[in-house]
Design a protein around this ligand. Structure first.
Ligand SMILES: C[S@@+](CC[C@H](N)C(=O)[O-])C[C@H]1O[C@@H](n2cnc3c(N)ncnc32)[C@H](O)[C@@H]1O
Length: 266
């Protein structure tokens, strides 16, 4: 019989440190009553036979940490505007291929994906409508994705946004709550996707991939798996952004280091 920690690692690739096991068990406890189970053992036995995947989905929602905010690690967004978009947009225009593809993996409640959509809209400006550009934003947690799709945020997650950006892309609900405008929301597609998936199913490669503040929850084997799959799904010379505190594990040599948290596919 697998432990809670093994189950979480097998399904999501998330490594639970021994000192965090109690906290995770506490997060799972409310699910016992919901799924009519007396103890965790019974709940785990039900996971495999649960054809609705409701139990494993609830476990994912309970164990993931969804902390995020707009323009987190701001230098990455400045780097996009100053160093990535100008040559990339020029190159795509020359090829007459007005399709700039960005994937925000582990987007949580959407702040990072909307921050990305703002940069590309700001950069392309009047020309934006001629482009097929957009952001694919994925996460494991369906509760985080529901929040992302609703697009309603407390102002304390917006402190790194400039006043102009708030005016342009949000409608105030009250003094402390804002809603993403529909014109920006339509540029981001949210989908559930587990980075543990064996082979990633994307039809086209991306020019830019953000996969930040999620690999800290993975062990080396899972980091290697994710980085290898990202590599396969990134255009040559495409950019990968991770958090400044993360590393690419053993797949480091596939990428050129550019700046803290910024790598380029060789
Ligand atoms: C701390 S948030 C990071 C959000 C955002 N990328 C940022 O940097 O602010 C980590 C996110 O990773 C997601 N996550 C954890 N394991 C995952 C997996 N196996 N596949 C996809 N997403 C996962 C969690 O649901 C959570 O929303």
């Amino acid at each position: 019989m697998q432990t809670l920690e093994q189950l979480i690692k097998n399904y999501f690739g998330i490594y639970i440190r021994p000192d965090k096991a109690v906290t995770v068990e506490e997060r799972i406890r409310p699910l016992l009553a919901k799924h009519n189970c007396i103890n965790a053992h019974e709940l785990f036995l039900k996971v495999d036979s649960d054809t609705t995947h409701g139990i494993i989905n609830d476990i994912a929602n309970a164990v993931t940490t969804n902390f995020t905010y707009f323009n987190r690690e701001e230098p990455h967004f400045d780097f996009l505007l100053k160093n990535v978009y100008p040559p990339l947009v020029r190159e795509l225009r020359q090829k007459n291929s007005l399709d700039l593809r960005i994937w925000c993996a582990a987007c949580s409640s959407g702040e990072e994906a909307y921050s990305l959509a703002m940069t590309i809209r700001d950069y392309l400006d009047m020309d934006y409508s001629n482009w097929r550009s957009g952001v694919l934003a994925t996460d494991l947690s369906t509760t985080a994705l529901e929040e992302a799709i609703a697009g309603i945020y407390p102002s304390d997650r917006m402190i790194y946004l400039k006043k102009d950006a708030i005016k342009k892309y949000f409608s105030p609900i009250n003094d402390y709550t804002y809603k993403i405008k529909a014109s920006l929301a339509k540029e981001v597609t949210f989908r559930k996707f587990n980075l543990k998936t064996k082979t990633y199913p994307f039809k086209q490669r991306f020019h830019i991939i953000f996969c930040r503040n999620v690999m800290i929850y993975f062990d080396l084997e899972m980091i290697n798996h994710v980085v290898e799959n990202i590599y396969k799904n990134l255009e040559t010379n495409g950019y990968l952004f991770i958090s400044n505190t993360e590393t690419l594990g053993r797949k480091n040599s596939l990428f050129e280091y550019i700046a803290p948290g910024i790598y380029r596919k060789k």
